[in-house]
Ligand binder design. Structure first.
Ligand code: HEC
Length: 179
């Protein structure tokens, strides 16, 4: 009687372990899909000291900006219309004055890579954070509401910044979406 109980238990245990592995896998996939569709914002950090960077969700006001907000990937990479607009915005926001007409560097560093003052700028999320909130070494924040504290409407929207980054990447070999 006792023997039977033990082996029955063993079988139940094995069966539940096998079941566990299976349900674990599918739950993992489910979680991922849920996160992608939940529209939850990824965590942004400042380039100054890596502290949390809060950006209002409503500023991500285009489908592309929303995609970036939830994935950290820039959907405008390689998009010729966006790149052309990014070039104009780079001039409009005076980036050219410090970084040169082709982002090749002037007073400010070359932006086309592959080497950066801040290694994270090799990724689009990293470069976005650097431009949005500025650096400790000579570049002020350019994000909406941060560029001119007396005028909250001043500064780049996330969508504009993604287009600028797409233009910057069009000069280099990496897309910035790799990692
Ligand atoms: C007043 C001059 C000035 C202007 C205008 C300016 N920058 Fe900068 N930028 C700098 C300097 C100086 C640095 C180097 C800062 C540092 O190392 O901390 C820099 C750094 C950067 C970096 C980081 C580069 C790296 O090597 O990691 C990026 C990206 C960048 N700027 C993009 C932009 C964009 C986009 C604009 C326009 C919206 C802009 N900058 C406008 C001066 C400027």
């Amino acid at each position: 009687m006792r023997k039977i109980t033990l082996s029955t238990l063993g079988i139940i245990l094995l069966a539940s372990l096998a079941g566990c592995g299976k349900s674990g896998d599918s739950a993992g996939g489910g979680d991922k899909a849920a996160a992608a569709s939940s529209g939850e914002m990824i965590k942004f950090v400042t380039t100054q000291d890596g502290s949390p960077l809060t950006i209002k969700a409503e500023l991500f006001d285009t489908a592309e900006a929303k995609e970036f907000m939830t994935t950290g990937k820039n959907p405008y990479i390689g998009n010729q219309d966006a790149i052309a607009k990014g070039k104009k915005l780079f001039q409009l926001y005076s980036c050219t004055q410090c970084h040169g007409a082709d982002a090749q560097g002037q007073v400010g560093p070359n932006l086309t890579g592959p080497n950066y003052n801040y290694a994270k700028d090799a990724t689009n999320k990293g470069m976005f954070e650097t431009v949005w909130h500025g650096t400790n070494g000579g570049m002020g924040a350019k994000g909406k509401g941060l560029m001119d504290p007396t005028d909250p409407s001043n500064g780049l929207s996330p969508d504009e910044l993604l287009k600028i980054i797409a233009w910057i990447r069009s000069h280099g070999t990496a897309t910035g979406n790799e990692s």
